[in-house]
Write a protein that binds this ligand. Structure first.
Ligand SMILES: O=C(O)CCC(=O)C(=O)O
Ligand SMILES: [Fe+2]
Length: 292
């Protein structure tokens, strides 16, 4: 079965049909990636210089509405980038509103990012190396069980695709790596929060998700042997994924935008398909407090 599902919408505020909404909800909750092959994010004329590689060497330039951009080159770029990221966030919200109306009242805005650096050949630690298959888990921003829903757009000005690998379903990832995971230490979680290493307290769920993220990336035999398929997202394409459950890796590509949305598990059509529910079943205990 393909891990990708195409939905054809060519405007960020296009109205999705009930059939497209049903397809989108099922696909995402089943761990597939929704591709919008005709949904581009046009840049404005003054924004094109941002694609000229002047924007520093950070892997990502991250943006959050309260704090602005971080990691950019100079102040001029900062104002341009903030406006661009704001516009992108707004567009992704319109898209999700139309395609996933069920989620809309529950979506919480996370960070956005601009990714100007070529992925292939980038030097990083193994833990930050997104060319290795992994599920997303944020070390300093615990989700406490909430889903990580991300929208990406390839904005390369010419023809470079963003190439991803997609790996095994979350259930299998958890079966493979949970037996090796360390147990959570509540005292450590409290300390990390008190020292502001984490923005809120890591729940046992956050602990196990980080363990899975790290164990997957550290295991080169697993990386080589696990089922995987490669997919190229062309410039002018957008895709949506629950990146906490879909094993993914970015192999190459330059110039993408990404916006993160957080979703309480209770807002899903099938909360039992959440990583929280899957980990709780496998470990036979509750791992986070339930909210909203
Ligand atoms: O930049 C990308 O295409 C995805 C990288 C990734 O895996 C991530 O940001 O979590
Ligand atoms: Fe990732």
């Amino acid at each position: 079965m393909s891990k990708l599902v195409d939905i054809s919408l060519s405007h960020w505020d296009a109205r999705a049909s009930p059939a497209q909404q049903e397809t989108a909800l099922q696909a995402l909750e089943d761990g597939r990636v929704i591709v919008l092959p005709d949904l581009a994010f046009p840049l404005q004329k003054e924004e094109y210089p941002l694609l000229n590689g002047t924007a520093g060497s950070a892997k990502n330039i991250s943006w959050d509405p309260a704090r602005g951009v971080r990691g950019q080159g100079d102040a001029h770029d900062a104002a341009l980038l903030a406006a661009l990221m704001q516009r992108y966030a707004h567009h992704t919200r319109s898209l999700l509103a139309s395609l996933l109306p069920r989620y809309l009242p529950h979506l919480q805005q996370g960070k956005g990012s601009f990714r100007p650096v070529e992925v292939a050949g980038r030097v990083t630690s193994w833990r930050k190396d997104d060319t290795r298959l992994h599920i997303d888990s944020f070390p300093s921003s615990p989700t406490q069980g909430r889903r990580i829903l991300r929208v990406f757009t390839n904005i390369h000005p010419r023809d470079a695709p963003r190439v991803w690998k997609l790996g095994a379903p979350f259930e299998q990832v958890a079966q493979h790596f949970l037996p090796l995971a360390k147990r959570p230490q509540p005292v450590l979680a409290a300390l990390l929060h008190r020292l502001h290493v984490t923005k809120s307290r890591r729940t046992p769920y956050d602990h196990y998700m980080l363990q899975l993220h790290d164990a997957m990336k550290a295991d080169l035999a697993y990386q080589a042997q696990v089922e995987q398929q490669t997919h190229a997202f062309a410039p002018g394409q957008t895709w949506i994924v629950f990146s906490d459950a879909v094993s993914h890796a970015a192999l190459r590509g330059q110039h993408a935008l990404e916006q993160t949305w957080l979703l309480p598990v209770g807002a899903m059509a099938a909360p039992d398909k959440s990583p929280l529910a899957i980990l709780e079943r496998q470990l036979r205990r509750p791992l986070a407090w339930r909210s909203g």
